[in-house]
Design a protein around this ligand. Structure first.
Ligand code: 6GU
Length: 228
């Protein structure tokens, strides 16, 4: 799967791309993430990419020229056209269903906004899928784009070990419950014991205990998931 990220701050991704799961997936050519600086498509001698909003108000708006031309140029870098995704608090709230949908595309173009967002004509021309990561405001789309990449790659075959397939993650079509409680060594910590059933090796009993643990957690922390 190919990701192209269009941003004014490509450096924000460097640490993320060189760690752990994603680093391994990139090395194995299962996933690629190409960064593109929208400023490279600036159209005046000052390399402007933003300006004050018509009608007044705080902040800066990303100009249509650099943004639209960046997307058009990046589309041409591959024969497979990318689905354009714009990270914005006005977008469709991200959930596991949307993650599953995004993972069906072989290529995503992620547009990261900053300031007061993109000029509306960018949206009118490109008709992106607008995606928000929740009902709160962060300083720009970069962290949100990392959230999209991180959640989508779990569903790309070969990225996870087969034994912990993302198909069964919480909130998936295949699992509407929260994960069950987990324990590791030591068997006792500050007087709290690991449940006996997990030590005995009866896999049927363990499966049943975990199902009950999932249900209990969901009832307590996310009862809304049970009536969906
Ligand atoms: Cl995608 N961007 C910004 N700036 N804030 C957000 C968001 C995105 N999603 C939730 N809040």
């Amino acid at each position: 799967m190919r990701f192209d990220v269009l941003t004014l701050f490509p450096e924000m991704f460097s640490g993320y791309l060189t760690q752990s799961l994603l680093k391994l997936a990139i090395e194995r050519s299962i996933v690629s993430v190409d960064l593109h600086n929208i400023r490279d498509w600036a159209q005046d001698k000052h390399h402007s990419v933003d300006d004050r909003p018509y009608g007044g108000g705080p902040g800066m708006v990303i100009m249509p020229g650099p943004a639209v031309e960046a997307v058009e140029a990046v589309q041409k870098l591959d024969v497979t056209p990318g689905r354009v995704v714009m990270l914005t608090p006005q977008g469709r709230p991200l959930n596991q269903r949307l993650v599953e949908e995004l993972a069906t595309h072989p290529r995503l173009l992620l547009m990261c906004g900053r300031y007061e967002g993109f000029d509306q004509r960018v949206i009118d021309i490109l008709e992106p899928e607008e995606v928000s990561i929740g009902d709160f405001i962060i300083n720009g789309g970069e962290v949100a784009a990392m959230v999209v990449i991180d959640s989508v790659i779990r569903l790309v075959p070969g990225v996870l070990g087969d034994e912990d397939s993302g198909r069964y993650d919480s909130f998936s079509t295949g699992n509407r419950l929260l994960e069950f409680a987990q324990y590791t060594r030591p068997r006792e910590y500050r007087g709290l014991q690991v449940p006996e059933v997990l030590l005995a090796g009866d896999h049927q009993k363990i499966a049943k205990w975990r199902e009950e643990s999932s249900l209990q957690r969901t009832r307590k922390q996310r009862p809304d998931l049970l009536n969906e």
